[in-house]
Ligand binder design. Structure first.
Ligand code: FAD
Ligand code: SF4
Length: 509
């Protein structure tokens, strides 16, 4: 019998069809799965995120054992646990005399570097749980001046055949966003998403996490799917009950309604409990059966085969250097409000409180509230990146970094977004009901009560004038600013400077 090889399965690789498992021999090889304080504290991950990963890993390990695999599983509270991935791999290698390790490409550059430095014969296999491989994305990007998601998305539609009628997109359009930017109505009885009461495994893990990790966020109530069976139930529930209004409500925000019509499927997708194609097929089937409108199905499918695949492609194409991107030279510390929620700004306070309690905020909250404010205030993108990577249930570097550094902070100098996603308070007022209960006034442009987004928006444009004034998508904004009375402009800039000074002093704003 040849020597056993180690087969590494990471906490976001919980898919029975994982490339490393497909390449392994259950009769010969040993699957290695390791919980560790090292991974749990690489950034201060939200307790629900740590609990999700540990519980899902424990369930997955049981399934592998039931399917005939030998699994060496290191629990966090095992006294022999070396508490880092590297220590546990080396311990298992010496226990069974293994000299080789097979793994699937990790979604974090730091982990890849650690694995490649192991004193073992390490084979890194592609992660083919995505619809576009690194090589295919690189081929698509080759020779293009701009890597716009919309063009990539159309290719993915053609390639997968999703929502296609022959060579043309269903409904004659690729994109129905014009129908997808509605305000959400208050007081509607929206179907609540399916949440899952913790079973004994999750309960044990939650107690462990509460005892060991004093990180931002509450561990309970915990309702995330931790097995594939639960994830499939969550998908079916979404497709039946909330997908019909997904499109219309996609960009809306309502006080006290964290979920609206969102799917809450990102974490299950990102740890491997669901695959992107099966999720999109379920959505397409619902549309073909006449149960959901095309704008909802298309809007959802675009997020998965468009944005999700695209940001992964960018992450792979740009490599580890991308993590240090800071095109705008921003250096301010992350305001304390991102951790303690202490702020008069109703929109920011709601997003942070919800993030603390649920480990969840939907896309527009991440992009146009917390992201927008950090960008306008000139926060160091590395600090913003660390915050997003820490606090969300679905945050893994390959998806979080291009969204944060690229889409949200424009730190990559325009690779992901042709212009920065910045707005004044008017956008938040249009898309939410936060402003009516806010300590600031969205209609005020200067003075004590002026909405901070209003002050900082113009200050941002002013301080980055040289870079953006010739951007055709921003020219109108500069014209508007230039037409304002000089005295008003000076007041805006002075009030914005005062606000930034207060942030620098660590005061709550
Ligand atoms: P829905 O609104 O129901 O969307 C459906 C699915 O589409 C999601 O489950 C997700 O898989 C996919 N999706 C939607 N938008 C994106 C996107 N921009 N990039 C990739 N996939 C997308 N998403 C993550 O999965 N992990 C992250 O760490 C992450 N960090 C983000 C950071 C910032 C600053 C921003 C602006 C966005 C980030 N996103 C991230 C994208 C998006 O906000 C989340 O995918 C979404 O909010 C997850 O909630 P949901 O499952 O209810 O999504
Ligand atoms: Fe947010 Fe400004 Fe509206 Fe307050 S007034 S909720 S700070 S946008």
């Amino acid at each position: 019998m040849p020597k056993p090889r180690l087969i590494l399965v990471l906490g976001d690789q919980l898919s029975p069809g994982l490339s490393a498992l497909r390449a392994a021999d259950p009769a010969r090889d040993l699957v290695v799965m390791a919980e560790g304080m090292g991974e749990g504290t690489s950034v201060p991950h939200h307790p629900q995120k740590i609990a999700l990963i540990l519980s899902a890993m424990r369930h997955f390990a049981k399934d592998l054992q039931a399917a005939g695999w030998r699994v060496a599983y290191s629990r966090l509270d095992d006294p022999a646990n070396g508490q880092t991935l590297v220590a546990e791999i080396l311990r298992r290698a010496s226990e069974v005399g293994a000299g080789a390790l097979l793994c699937t490409h990790p979604g974090e550059w730091r982990v890849l570097a650690d694995l490649q430095a192991l004193p073992l014969d390490v084979s890194v296999l592609p992660d083919d749980r995505f619809l576009c491989s690194h090589a295919e994305f690189a081929a698509w990007a080759e020779g293009r001046k701009e890597l716009r998601m919309e063009w990539f998305y159309r290719e993915m539609r053609r390639r997968t055949g999703l929502l296609m009628q022959g060579d043309t997109p269903a409904g004659g359009q690729w994109n129905f966003d014009a129908e997808n930017r509605k305000r959400a109505e208050r007081g509607l009885l929206r179907p609540q998403p399916l949440r899952f009461a913790p079973d004994a495994v999750t309960d044990e893990v939650l107690a462990l996490v509460e005892a060991r990790f004093a990180h931002f966020g509450t561990a309970r109530p915990f309702g995330w799917p931790v097995t594939r069976v639960q994830a499939l139930e969550a998908l079916a529930d979404f497709a039946a009950h909330r997908l019909p209004s997904f499109g219309a409500e996609q960009d809306a925000m309502l006080e006290g309604e964290p979920w609206l019509s969102h799917s809450l499927l990102s974490a299950a997708l990102n740890i491997g409990l669901l695959g992107p194609l099966e999720v999109c097929r379920a959505v397409e089937d619902a549309w073909r059966a006449g149960k959901v409108p095309l704008n909802a199905a298309e809007g959802f499918i675009r997020q998965i085969i468009g944005w999700r695949e695209y940001v992964r492609g960018i992450w792979a194409l740009k490599g580890p250097e991308y993590l240090g991107a800071n095109a705008l030279g921003h250096s301010r510390a992350l305001p304390a409000a991102y951790w303690d929620g202490e702020t008069r700004m109703a929109c920011l306070g709601a997003a942070v409180a919800q993030t603390r309690d649920l480990a969840y905020a939907h896309h527009i909250q991440r992009l146009m509230v917390t992201g927008n404010f950090a960008l306008l205030a000139g926060v160091d993108p590395a600090a913003v990146h660390e915050w997003y990577l820490s606090v969300y249930i679905d945050a893994f570097e390959w998806v979080e970094a291009p969204n944060t550094l690229g889409m949200s902070q424009w730190a990559d100098g325009g690779v992901v977004g042709s212009k920065p996603y910045v707005s004044s308070g008017a956008y938040i007022d249009r898309m939410s009901d936060h402003c009516r209960g806010c300590g600031y006034k969205v209609a005020e442009k200067t003075g004590e009560a002026a909405c901070p987004f209003n002050l900082l928006y113009w200050q941002f444009l002013d301080r980055h004038r040289a870079r953006f004034v010739r951007n055709p998508r921003m020219a109108q904004m500069y014209r508007t600013w230039d037409r304002m009375d000089a005295g008003h402009r000076a007041r805006v800039l002075a009030d914005a400077a005062m606000l930034l000074t207060r942030l620098d002093r660590g005061e709550a704003v």
